[in-house]
Design a protein around this ligand. Structure first.
Ligand code: PAF
Length: 284
C-alpha cells in the first residue's frame, strides 16, 4: 500500500483558487462524485503519471440527476474517499457544497450538449448531460487544469466532455481511461452497491453480451448485435434500455473498422451501463 500524506482539502472556490496558484507544473483534474472505487483510483494514477500535480473533485452534482433519480441515496463515503486519495497521492481535493458551485448562477446559464445529449443515456435521462457538462465546465474554470481524466465506462459522457472542451476552446486535454472490471467482467461503478447478490450475479451478463459482440465482429454489425442480444436474453430480469453500435464519436457505425458497442439495462431500480470497442468486418 502506498501511504502518502493526506491531500489538502478545499471546501470553497476561494480556497481552491489559492491552492491552485501554488501547484507546480502541469495540473491534472479528476472530477468525481465520490464513493471512490478502483476505477477512480486508476484515473488518479493515470493523472499522476501524466502531470506534476493532481486535483480531485468530490461533488455529487444535483443538476445531473432527474426527478425521482438517486440523488438523495447516492453513496457519500467521504472518510474512505479521502483515505483512498491520500494513498493515491492526490495533491488537492476540492469538496465544495452545492451553494458554492451553484450559488452564483442567478441567470441559469448552462452548457447545451447539442444533439448527442439526447440520444442513448440522454434519451432515458433528459437533461442529464446538460447537468454534467455544466458542472464539468465550472470545474475546468475553477481548477484551470491542463489535462482532465474520465472513465471510458461512461463513454457518452467522455465523448461529450471531449467535444465541449474542443468546441468551446476550453484548452483542457480530455483523457479517457479504460474501464476497470471485477473478475467476472462486471464494470466497477459506485452504483453497483445498490445491487442485491442475485442482481449482482446476473449483472455480469452485460459484460458477457459485450464479449459475444466483440467475438462476432468479423461477421459484421448485424451479427454483433444479434450475438449480444442472444446473451442478454438469457437474463430476462435485466430490462434493456438500449444496445447500439456507433462510431467512436457516437455517430453512425461504419460497415467495417473500429466501432463502439454500448449497452444499458435496468436491474430492479438500478441502471447499469457498459460499452466496448469492437472491430467490425476484420479478424482481430
Ligand atoms: O462521472 C461522474 O462521476 C460525473 O458525471 C462527473 C464527471 C464527476 C460530473 O459530475
Amino acid at each position: 500500500m502506498n501511504l502518502r500524506t493526506t491531500p489538502t482539502v478545499a471546501e470553497t472556490g476561494r480556497d481552491l483558487l489559492r491552492l491552485r496558484a501554488e501547484l507546480p507544473g502541469r495540473v491534472a483534474l479528476v472530477p468525481t462524485m465520490g464513493a471512490l472505487h478502483e476505477g477512480h483510483r486508476t484515473l488518479v494514477r493515470a493523472a499522476r503519471q501524466q502531470c506534476d500535480s493532481v486535483v480531485v473533485s468530490v461533488f455529487v452534482n444535483p443538476t445531473q440527476f432527474g426527478p425521482g433519480e438517486d440523488f438523495d441515496r447516492y453513496p457519500r463515503t467521504w472518510d474512505a474517499d479521502l483515505a483512498a486519495l491520500a494513498e493515491e497521492g492526490a495533491d488537492v481535493v476540492f469538496r465544495p457544497g452545492v451553494q458554492d458551485v451553484y450559488g452564483s448562477c442567478a441567470l441559469g446559464v448552462t452548457v447545451d450538449p447539442g444533439p448527442l445529449g439526447s440520444v442513448l443515456e440522454g434519451a432515458v435521462r433528459p437533461g442529464h448531460f446538460a447537468g454534467v457538462l455544466t458542472v464539468v465546465a465550472k470545474l475546468f474554470g475553477l481548477v484551470r487544469p491542463d489535462e482532465a481524466f474520465f472513465g471510458e465506462k461512461d463513454y457518452q459522457q467522455l465523448v461529450l466532455i471531449r467535444a465541449m472542451s474542443r468546441e468551446l476552446a476550453l484548452r483542457v486535454g480530455v483523457n479517457g481511461v479504460p474501464t476497470v472490471r471485477e473478475d467476472d467482467g462486471m464494470a466497477l461503478s459506485s452504483r453497483n452497491r445498490y445491487l442485491d447478490p442475485e442482481q449482482r450475479r446476473t449483472a455480469a451478463t452485460l459484460y458477457r453480451a459485450l464479449q459475444a459482440g466483440v467475438d462476432a465482429g468479423p461477421q459484421g454489425a448485424d451479427a454483433v448485435l444479434a450475438a449480444a442480444h442472444e446473451v442478454l436474453a438469457t437474463a430476462p430480469e435485466l430490462v434493456l434500455d438500449y444496445l447500439e453500435l456507433t462510431d467512436a464519436d457516437l455517430g453512425p457505425a461504419p460497415v467495417a473498422g473500429s466501432v463502439r458497442l454500448l449497452v444499458a439495462v435496468r436491474a430492479g431500480s438500478t441502471r447499469l451501463l457498459d460499452n466496448t470497442r469492437v472491430r467490425l468486418g476484420e479478424t482481430r
